[in-house]
Design a protein around this ligand. Structure first.
Ligand code: PLP
Length: 356
């Protein structure tokens, strides 16, 4: 990759860089140089916390994140806070999964150096009013990181229009392969950051004592990259473009509207999160009677309904809501209203098993 002179190696390098360009266009990046390939969203966030975070944060600075973050957008900031003396603060989420903008604004002081939040909650489905929130964060001089692990697969994404500084997401949640993730960042910010991992591919010159770094994005891609996975992600992007992200959103909105109404009529079922399809995505989380989500997921699986059960890597949010575990149905382009009906039938069967 990037090193071979022979045709096959050259072909692989071109396909890899082509995938980068496709991903860049997909989120309307200003340049393909702003796209860094990582293993997943988690690695992208760790990259940010270990580089931008350690280089820029100091004692007393504030990192502001939401109460509904996935552990991937929480633990890296806890770690960097520990190392730098920065303070990690949380802006509140209502039990309905809405963001209290006045509370958010109150927490935004010049001490806040970094704001990071999910652009679509993997538990509550919430789609925050990101553009407004980013503008307000910039007004106090903070850098904004968007966690797009859920939003990029499900919503049209325009990083320039949103005004973000960094965005992270994963290939496997948008019909691509596992083992590939993306960090997008404004070029000027990426250029000023230290490298994350070091070694081959990411260097310009190396001597026995010192080295200097390749240009972005390669500075952040040490070692042999995930060539096949990134090319696979490029094809997933082609596929989603063919459908059109507006159509993906529209399909899911209709499906979620149907799911919220239908599930809302199931006795003993409580939806966790907003019931307004305009401000939420396709993850519908619920509790059902007093059946433990793990038992429920097992019974639903017998009926060929695949749901996720547990805290969905958002344990602090569950603690705040007074829940230990929930069940989550997630919808995407391949789901139909009949899948919602099937889920409801399977829930009724589960009810009979537990005789509630
Ligand atoms: C909102 C959100 N952020 C981050 C992640 C982490 O993604 P990955 O495990 O692909 O790194 C997930 C995964 O479920 C997620 O839902």
């Amino acid at each position: 990759m990037h090193r071979g002179i022979y045709d096959l190696s050259e072909k692989a390098s071109q396909a890899y860089e082509q995938a980068r360009k496709k991903v860049g266009r997909f989120i309307n990046a200003n340049s393909w140089r702003e796209i860094v390939f990582t293993r997943n969203a988690t690695e992208s966030l760790n990259l940010l916390s270990w580089t931008w975070g350690l280089d820029n944060l100091k004692q007393g600075d504030v990192i502001l994140i939401s109460e509904m973050e996935h552990h991937a957008n929480l633990i890296p900031w806890q770690q960097v806070a520990k190392r730098t003396g920065a303070i990690l603060k949380y802006f509140p989420i209502t039990p309905r999964g809405e963001i209290c903008l006045s509370a958010y604004k109150q927490l935004l002081t010049p001490k806040v150096k970094l704001v990071a939040f999910t652009l679509m909650s993997n538990v509550l489905g919430t789609i925050p009013p990101a553009k407004e929130m980013i503008e307000q964060a910039h007004a106090v001089g903070a850098i904004v990181v968007g966690d797009g692990a859920q939003s990029v697969p499900h919503l049209p994404t325009d990083v320039q229009d949103l005004g973000l500084d960094f965005l992270v997401f994963s290939g496997h949640k948008m019909l691509g392969p596992t083992g590939i993730g993306v960090l997008w960042g404004k070029k000027s910010l990426l250029e000023n950051m230290s490298p994350f991992m070091t070694g081959g591919e990411m260097i310009k010159r190396v001597s026995y004592q010192v080295s200097d770094w390749h240009e972005v994005p390669w500075k952040f891609e040490a070692g042999t990259p995930a060539i096949a996975q990134s090319i696979g992600l490029g094809y997933a992007v082609d596929y989603l473009n063919k459908i059109g992200m507006e159509n993906v959103r529209q399909h899911e909105k209709e499906l979620v509207t149907y799911a919220l109404v239908t599930l809302g009529q199931v006795e003993g079922l409580r939806i966790i999160g907003s019931i307004d399809p305009d401000i939420r995505g396709g993850a519908v989380t619920f509790t059902f009677e007093d059946i433990h989500p793990h038992d429920l997921a097992t019974l639903l699986n017998y009926e060929n309904v695949a749901v996720r059960a547990g805290h969905h890597c958002a344990q602090p949010l569950h603690n705040k809501l007074g829940l230990t575990a929930t069940t989550r149905a997630s919808f995407y382009i391949y789901n139909q209203p009949s899948d919602v009906d099937h889920l409801v039938e399977a829930l009724e069967k589960a009810r009979k098993v537990f005789d509630t």
